[in-house]
Design a protein around this ligand. Structure first.
Ligand SMILES: Nc1ncnc2c1ncn2[C@@H]1O[C@H](COP(=O)(O)OP(=O)(O)OP(=O)(O)O)[C@@H](O)[C@H]1O
Ligand SMILES: [Mg+2]
Length: 280
């Protein structure tokens, strides 16, 4: 072969390999999501995780019951987002187990992790919308990427999700994220997270950076979604008031451990020194 034909052969091979990989990835995403189970939706059991010398989680155990909203409170860098990453299977624990719908996600094949993720919706810290996509394309992103729904069906669901978060579809669908207020961005982020009707919703700081009135409307929205789409939720936040307003139970993370898990009423009544300090 001449160098030229080698090049040609090489690029042809690469094209074929890329097509194979694309096909494999498409099939990978198609494993059926597991049916709704009976026990806790999420369980962390004695989870430890360190980055080098830095221990982030040191024996964390926690269970999210079906239909409940649980807030994880903690200061900056406490490991709150890390807990969400573990549940999504984006990080793996050094030891201990993270079970979603009863399945230990460190020990199931990637296809099952992806199938489990199909039942989850994630509301990212700072909303994390795609800047160059309209509200319609942001909210419809998951359906465009991961389903074979027709455009008409996608539009129906995008409108429905925007309605759920109290946005008027006609007014917002064509806007870019830069044209939205902070509160609207959060709403669009939530609409994007619920568009595929997940059973588990993960919120990362849903009210950070919002004024008190907008914070209240987002809290009310979290409460409304719990009832209307019957979702189980974990809300990661450093905002005690939001946690108390939205959640059936709250957990407090401090130096890698959960120093409290219980109802808001129990938290207020506790004698624990650190919890009392945190509440102050
Ligand atoms: N990929 C990584 N590599 C190294 N350290 C990391 C990594 N991800 C997180 N950390 C560290 O782990 C700790 C916990 O991070 P995490 O993002 O979970 O905190 P957080 O409670 O969500 O904080 P914040 O309230 O600021 O969002 C932090 O000290 C962070 O610097
Ligand atoms: Mg965080």
């Amino acid at each position: 072969m001449t160098p030229d034909s080698l090049d040609l052969w090489d690029s042809q091979m690469r094209r074929e390999i890329r097509a194979e990989v694309r096909k494999a990835l498409a099939n990978l995403g198609q494993e059926a999501a597991p049916p709704e189970g009976e026990g806790p939706v999420v369980e962390l059991e004695d989870v430890c995780l360190s980055y080098g010398e830095h221990t982030v989680l040191d024996g964390v155990s926690l269970a999210l019951q079906r239909g409940e909203t649980l807030s994880v409170l903690g200061g900056s860098g406490a490991g709150k987002s890390t807990i969400l990453r573990l549940i999504l299977g984006l990080s793996l624990p050094d030891s201990g187990e993270v079970r979603v719908e009863g399945k230990d996600i460190s020990h199931v094949p990637l296809t099952q992790v992806l199938a489990l993720r199909r039942n989850m919706g994630m509301v990212f810290q700072e909303a994390a919308l795609f800047d160059s996509l309209t509200v319609y394309d942001n909210v419809g992103f998951y359906l465009h990427e991961h389903t074979h729904l027709s455009e008409g069906e996608i539009e129906f669901r995008v409108r429905e999700s925007l309605g759920l978060v109290d946005l008027e579809p006609e007014q917002v669908m064509g806007l870019l994220p830069a044209e939205l207020s902070g509160g609207m961005k959060k709403r669009v982020g939530i609409a994007r997270a619920v568009v595929h009707r997940p059973r588990l919703l993960l919120y990362d700081e849903p009210t950070s950076g919002l004024d008190p009135i907008t914070t209240r409307t987002i809290n009310d929205l979290i409460l409304k979604l719990q009832g209307e789409i019957e979702v189980s939720s974990i809300v990661v936040t450093h905002d005690i008031r939001s946690a108390f307003r939205t959640s059936n139970r709250v957990a407090l993370l401090f130096e890698g451990s959960l120093v409290f898990v219980g109802s808001p009423e129990e938290m207020v009544a506790t004698e624990d020194e650190y919890v009392r300090e945190f509440l102050r």
